[in-house]
Design a protein around this ligand. Structure first.
Ligand code: HEC
Length: 189
């Protein structure tokens, strides 16, 4: 009994440093190198939402919500260092927006998911260290997008490594404290 206790204590002492809660908190791949859909992301840490954020000169009329999530283990390491550990994943979930439903008279609320975008930092697997994937609701695995597009915009415009911390109010002061925040990326362009 005492030995079991000792083992439990040892595991909890060694294991406290941000261990993943489950397998889906780490990137998992199929044999063809495609990424498996991170199904449990709704139980991760919620970073922020954008409404109708768009980066093209001619956006469509329908404004979508974008909800951003990161696994708890990676979030904890970020709080300690202002950096993302290897194997961090992010999900941006796109949802429709509506107004005037039920008792609502103004403002917007979220509706169905239109799919998710996933970003992975995996330094050994990807020569560019960061890779980008898109999943419709039905899709279970996806190949990485080519570098032109997702990777390039994140590389050129994100404030902390490849992530848009300039839009995540709770992470911004953390990165500023550790000196990993690129202030010039937050300027209006
Ligand atoms: C023109 C610039 C641009 C392109 C191209 C782009 N993104 Fe992003 N991305 C952003 C911005 C800005 C955010 C901040 C949050 C938001 O828009 O809601 C973001 C946020 C994200 C996040 C949340 C984590 C983070 O990095 O902040 C993921 C995941 C993501 N994008 C995936 C993708 C994927 C997958 C693609 C390609 C299919 C893509 N992005 C293409 C600008 C871009």
């Amino acid at each position: 009994m005492r030995r079991i206790l000792a083992v439990v204590v040892l595991i909890s002492i060694c294991g406290v440093a941000a261990a993943p809660d489950s397998l889906s908190d780490m990137p998992r791949y199929a044999s063809d190198n495609s990424l498996l859909r991170p199904d449990g992301y709704r139980e991760w840490i919620y970073l922020s939402s954008g409404l109708g954020m768009n980066y093209s000169a001619n956006p469509g009329d329908h404004e979508m919500f974008t909800n951003v999530f990161v696994p708890r283990w990676a979030y904890k390491e970020f709080l300690e260092s202002g950096k993302w550990p290897d194997k961090t994943m992010f999900v941006v979930e796109e949802r429709g927006s509506e107004s005037r439903g039920s008792i609502n008279k103004r403002g917007k609320y979220q509706t169905d998911s239109m799919g998710i975008g996933v970003e992975v930092k995996d330094e050994k697997r990807f020569p560019e260290r960061w890779a980008y994937f898109g999943f419709s609701e039905e899709r279970k695995s996806a190949q990485a997008h080519p570098k032109e597009g997702c990777w390039e915009c994140h590389e050129n415009h994100a404030a902390v490594e490849h992530t848009f911390v300039q839009f995540y109010p709770t992470l911004k002061p953390v990165a500023q404290k550790f000196g990993t925040y690129r202030q010039e990326r937050a300027k209006v362009q």
